[in-house]
Design a protein around this ligand. Structure first.
Ligand SMILES: [Zn+2]
Length: 466
């Protein structure tokens, strides 16, 4: 048996062949008993052993795990010693490491910002820029990310959604989101004109039908008057949107604004919304809201907590993907804040922490989204922010893996389990001890193949060294 620790790739033909074999052979694994050798697979299979495995569903970690990956899938997951690897499988020793499922970002707006040039413009919405941002996700162990409604080129967005691009994160999209108007703002505002404007019920229904025709399953609505600068999506219009979407088997995800979030969130719950992509953030949630939350146990929130300033630990990870001059600026900013004693979380952050804990205690389903514009690393910052608000590291990881997969209907993602897509991160240290260990990444595998992280680092920073 061969032993190997890092990069190799499958040929397409071998992948197709082994996938076919698997369907025939899978039941045979189930019949294997203690210590038996897995028969029948081998060529191209990968046997990982020795790691602590955090499955992603909240169950207790497996301290010395073993799992078999064939083509793009996990085919067997268990304890070391339970079964013997098949002949010919490549053995990967992960002793001392921790494995978690690949993370999922349930809310972003990638494409308009180009991280490399630090510009924000519609003209940035190109295949090259979107793939660059998906590569950044892959680098940081994120296997899929949902773009929330600012698709400047809808056809391109649908095309990327329908492609399987080796070595990078999956691009998910809600297409164009729906607001009362295509969102006002200064003419330089990059998102200007992208959303649907729905002033009437008929316009709302028509937008939903067009999205359905594009293969979209989640409808994004903005219920926000942007500080009084634009009209807000009206209750009768979002009710029509929700009814139309539900009739077509789609779900509706709401952005609530900062001004009247609690009142709007209550009415949206009554109206049948399926999820929120922000927490209530204008005031503390009250008993009436929590009662509505309990009455709607299938509704979820992906609260993106207001960005906390970059820390020393963040900088270490960010320096792997950002040009040195950007990192130097961030470091200077951090040092300035430290010198001023500016270390207390903002009032807005503390308010959202309180609301996050309350909806969590009321049993609301918690996903995770960053609202990021290209900074894929934000998923790790959001995980750390969850624990800052009182969730356990394990709860944070579950939110970003199995819960996000469930609410976004990514049936093959979110856990390390037989039959799922082999999307996982090999970590140097245990994130249950310290959530910032999710950044101490040794390897990322997406659909059974290692991501070329050294190559990506070289492309972005000029140095393959971490
Ligand atoms: Zn957003």
């Amino acid at each position: 048996m061969l032993t190997l620790r890092s990069s190799f790739v499958f040929s397409g033909g071998a992948m197709a062949r082994t996938r076919l074999l698997l369907h025939v052979l899978l039941p045979a694994f189930l019949a294997c008993s203690q210590g038996e050798r897995i028969e029948g697979v081998g060529e191209g299979a990968l046997w990982f052993e020795g790691a602590r495995l955090i499955v992603g569903d909240g169950s207790a970690p497996i301290e010395s795990a073993a799992f078999l990956v064939q083509a793009d899938s996990f085919v067997w997951v268990g304890r070391q010693g339970e079964l013997q690897p098949p002949d010919g499988a490549v053995r990967v020793d992960l002793t001392g490491a921790t494995v978690i499922p690949a993370l999922i970002d349930g809310h972003n707006h990638i494409g308009l910002v180009d991280v490399r040039t630090r510009t924000n413009a519609k003209s940035n919405y190109t295949r090259d820029n979107l793939v660059d941002q998906l590569d950044r996700y892959a680098y940081y162990g994120v296997g899929a990310a949902l773009s929330m409604g600012l698709e400047a080129d809808r056809e391109l967005a649908y095309q990327l959604r329908d492609e399987v691009m080796p070595g990078t994160a999956r691009f998910l999209t809600v297409g164009r989101g729906i607001a009362a108007t295509p969102m006002a703002g200064p003419p330089t505002e990059a998102r200007l004109g992208i959303p649907y404007g729905a002033a009437t019920e008929a316009e709302g229904r028509a937008a939903v039908q067009e999205l359905r025709a594009g293969g979209v399953s989640f409808v994004k609505i903005w219920v926000d008057d942007r500080g009084g600068s634009v009209p807000k999506l009206q209750p009768e219009v979002y009710r029509a949107i929700i009814a139309e979407a539900h009739g077509l088997g789609m779900r509706v995800l709401a952005h609530v604004g900062q001004a009247s979030a609690l009142a709007d969130a209550k009415d949206l719950l009554v109206a049948g919304v399926d999820g929120f992509v922000h927490t209530v953030r204008d005031r503390d949630v009250d008993e009436e809201y929590l009662r509505l939350v309990r009455q709607h146990p299938d509704v979820w929130t992906g609260p993106n907590l207001p960005g906390t300033p970059v820390t020393q630990v963040d900088l270490a990870a960010l320096s792997e993907t950002l040009p040195p001059e950007q990192v130097a600026e961030m470091r200077a900013d951090l040092e300035r804040r430290m010198a001023q004693g500016d270390t207390v979380p903002s009032e807005l952050f503390q308010l959202q922490c309180r609301n996050l804990r309350r909806i969590h205690d009321a049993g609301m389903i918690l996903g995770l989204g960053t609202d990021g514009t290209g900074d894929a690393f934000g998923v790790h910052q959001e995980l750390a922010d969850y624990t800052r608000c009182g969730l356990t590291p394990h709860e944070a990881i579950v939110a970003a893996t199995s819960t996000n997969a469930r609410i976004l209907r990514l049936e093959r993602m979110g856990t390390v389990a037989a039959g799922r897509s082999a999307d996982f991160i090999v970590l140097e240290s245990n994130p249950l001890d310290d959530i910032t260990n999710t950044r101490r990444i040794r390897e990322v595998y997406l659909r059974g193949e290692p991501v070329d992280r050294a190559g990506l680092r070289t492309r972005w920073t000029g140095s393959g060294q971490p």
